[in-house]
Design a protein around this ligand. Structure first.
Ligand SMILES: O=C(O)CCC(=O)C(=O)O
Ligand SMILES: [Fe+2]
Length: 207
């Protein structure tokens, strides 16, 4: 059902958006629980802390831009959530940073893009830290969107987030990040964006 929804002007019907959000919520919780199982984190953490009302959906519209080589559709960033589920049309433009280079993701009509956000990186860090600290820091992968040149592009992103009071902490010791509430994380981002124009993000919480 999820993949029969086509992002674009016709997506904007309330019942369609709600159906997408419900399906994405169920999928996000299942994926989070599977990842948590591998880390020894209590799987019920997600059911208890990520109510449907704390996650959100964003519909992105990228109009064609004659100066596409000079501007971004979305500037480089990481997502400030546990997981992002992205449904995109066939135009393309999403790029991920890998080993310092930007790689384009070829659209696939049969696939959703699921990426790990900042909060899962905090939970994960301990396990990854033991084998490769640099990899641990990069789990929440930096991405950006190239502006389309000729054809409008639409995407729908579901951001799987906890409630403001939920406390996020690394599993295992020593923790790489100090524990923080999601409210604290969002407020720090807002402060940093206002002061510097940049999110800064997890490095603020490194121990
Ligand atoms: O539209 C896309 O391809 C990505 C959107 C995105 O990264 C975001 O909304 O955070
Ligand atoms: Fe993003």
């Amino acid at each position: 059902m999820l993949l029969q929804i086509h992002p674009g002007p016709n997506f904007c019907r309330r019942s369609t958006i709600e159906a997408f959000a419900r399906t994405a919520a169920t999928l996000a919780q299942s994926i989070a629980e599977i990842l948590a199982l591998h880390l020894g984190v209590k799987t019920r953490f997600f059911a208890e802390n990520c109510a449907a009302s704390s996650s959100y959906l964003r519909m992105n519209r990228y109009p064609p831009c004659p100066l596409s080589s000079l501007v971004y559709g979305i500037v480089p960033h990481t997502d400030s959530d546990f997981l992002t589920i992205l449904h995109q049309d066939q135009i393309g433009g999403l790029q991920f940073k890998k080993n310092g280079s930007w790689l384009s993701l070829r659209p696939n009509p049969d696939a959703l893009i699921i990426s790990i956000g900042d909060l899962f990186q905090v939970i994960f860090n301990q396990m990854e830290l033991q084998s490769d600290a640099r990899l641990a820091y990069n789990l929440s992968i930096e991405h950006r969107v190239a502006a389309p040149r000729e054809v409008e592009r639409f995407t729908v992103a579901y951001f799987y987030c906890p409630s403001d009071d939920a406390v996020v902490q690394s599993c295992g010791k020593p923790a790489m990040y100090r524990k923080f509430s999601f409210r604290e994380y969002r407020q720090q981002i807002q402060k940093d964006v206002e002061a510097t124009g940049d999110k800064v993000g997890l490095s603020r919480f490194l121990i």
